[in-house]
Ligand binder design. Structure first.
Ligand SMILES: [Zn+2]
Length: 231
């Protein structure tokens, strides 16, 4: 069995992950990526739990080619690199293994794994939405998960978000919903009296908003298909 540690250094600190441990260290605003990566290797190589672990091998995966080259070089003028090289030598007395990197460590990059996971989550959500029943009013507006729209919606104010979710789901102060809750007796639209006051009626059909709708969408009414395709 091998003991694998992933490290990520940046201008302000480092991140370590391995053997159930996830740890960040702040290094101040003047640290270079190179120093952060070397410090991260040092932190892993000198950890007591790494040296004493039952696994016979240890792999430390880093993104920085410069850091990996420096810590394995025979000579250095940097005290930090020297300390790191010494720690790796000491670790080598107890364990097999080595430093790996930069990506891909395993033949695929972290970005590829992230992209594949995102695609999987998106297609799974889309299929779930397609197969699930219910949410009848929301289906007038939402065809499925849409990352770009989600980002736009989540960027709105809390008040706008509240109104938007209310309209999209039909769970708002329109009469159809209030009558289902027993708050209103009559579900009919109070403005035109022509149909139940649902989200679809309010946004796409009500005669009272024909001119406003025309000014915004260029059409006096909007069908379910047109609502579905609103960008
Ligand atoms: Zn109406």
């Amino acid at each position: 069995m091998a003991h694998v540690w992933l490290i990520a250094g940046h201008g302000r600190g480092i991140y370590l992950e391995g053997k159930g441990v996830q740890q960040s260290y702040a290094l101040g605003s003047h640290t270079t990526v190179f120093r952060a990566e070397v410090f991260a290797i040092l932190m892993v190589a000198s950890r007591e739990e790494v040296i004493r672990s039952p696994e016979p091998r240890v792999y430390i995966c880093s993104d920085s080619q410069a850091a990996l080259r420096a810590v394995s070089a025979p000579r250095t003028r940097s005290a930090l690199v020297q300390e790191c090289g010494d720690a790796l030598e000491e670790l080598a007395r107890h364990k097999e293994g080595r430093c790996l990197g930069p990506e891909p460590y395993l033949g695929i990059t972290r970005q590829q794994v992230t992209a594949a996971l995102n695609d999987w989550v998106y297609s799974t959500l889309k299929e779930h939405w397609r197969l699930s029943r219910g949410c009848r009013q929301a289906r007038d507006f939402v065809t499925g998960p849409d990352p770009a729209r989600s980002i736009w919606i989540l960027d709105r104010s809390r008040e706008t978000l509240n109104q938007l979710v209310g309209i999209l789901t039909g769970h708002c102060k329109l009469r159809r919903h209030l009558s289902l809750l027993g708050i209103e007796e009559d579900p009919t639209c109070p403005r035109c009296g022509e149909d139940d006051e649902t989200s679809y009626h309010f946004v796409g059909q009500c005669e009272a908003f024909r001119r406003l709708r025309f000014a915004i969408f260029g059409s006096g009414t909007l069908s379910r298909e047109e609502l579905n395709s609103l960008g």
